[in-house]
Design a protein around this ligand. Sequence first.
Ligand SMILES: [Zn+2]
Length: 462
Amino acid sequence: MQKPWLGALFAVAIALPCAAAPALTPEQARARAIYAKLISYKTSVGEGQVPKMTDYLVGLFRDAGFPQSDIHVLPLGETNSLVVRYRGDGSGGKPILLMAHMDVVAADRKDWTRDPFKLIEENGYFFGRGTSDVKDGVATLSATFLRLKAEGFVPTRDLVIVFTGDEETEMATTQDLVDHHRALLDADYALNADGGGGTLEENGTPRIYSIQTAEKAYADFELTVHNPGGHSSWPRPDNAIYQLADALKKVQAYRFPTMWNDTTLAEFTAEGKVAPGELGAAMRAFAKNPRDEAAVEALTRDSSQIGRIRTTCVATMLRGGHAKNALPQSATANINCRIFPGVAIDQVRQTLQDVVGKGVEVVTTGHPTASDPSPLRPDVMAAVARAVHTIHPGVQVVPNQASGASDGLYFRAAGIPTYGVGGMFIKDSDSLAHGLNERVPVQGFYDGLGYWYVLLKDLAGR
Ligand SMILES: [Zn+2]
């Protein structure tokens, strides 16, 4: 049994904030409360909780004085998107879109150290599914809207929150917005909280801040070999599984051409200054001359770099045959490609067809979308740099092309330049998005909150 006085001592210790941690401002406390509420909704696919989380957010915006006519909930299947317009006086030009997604990747309680759907603050971190991808963005953008509204701020142009509802799976809500609600998206450009951001060295000093200006397209292709089959006791040289295996070896050996754009060269120039050893040297050499073969080889050998300078395609799944004692009538492999911006999807399919040759069917699956890089706009780059420098003065701000894809892709494809400008600085060792025990540094969350406030006032203030 615990001694009563000991319990009282603990109670006091818990009630008193730690001397080292400064008290939260009212804005920070409110953003934290919103963040905690958002994390509590299990918004992974199949759970049907995005509409519930949306109801909560709608309530916040309505209570803050946003008219119902400027709040749009757009249902699609079990999920929905949410568009909230903060009306400006129009003197500053066309609207700016502010993007994030409300869904998260699934998380299983039994695999996690802590409850993934509860915001837990521990050792300087916020833990929980979606803490970094990207409910921090949803919380800080929403809290910033509420703060600006309470302060009576009138933007010079409309600011439009666009929260999608299935970015981690189908991106159908994004496609639906672009296809059927285009009037809501009429804008100069979009800023995406789910892209870009800062990196910290392991000792906590800032390394670089990246503005995501381009992303690779995602596409899957199926390679199939058909064969009449037969009895397995009468084998023949033609065999669907062997033919598919031969085709896959050709795909493995094929290398797509080296490519680059303004973003590639700018990011290698900047990262080359801070990346260590051989990698840093290769980045600098490539930035100077992208035809430098030694640099191309060094970057190609590094799996974290190869996708930055070319389209990549890799075998990811396999199926074939129908019985253990029968010659296979078909064999199929999935080839997953990450396509360099500006390259057409069908051009990649044709290349794969040429590589594997006749006798192998190559089919595009799903509905992949390609996008061009967004232009490096000086006004956006400069405003983001100013806001970033309020957190970490002097850190390099550099354009970046993502090797993965987000729903910014659909906006770019629809002609809306899109910039990933998340407000979080994070160490590589803390990058656990999609994985177990996802977390962000507590300070990073509050810094991100202040960053959005500065950035929106800069871009739409007078
Ligand atoms: Zn995300």
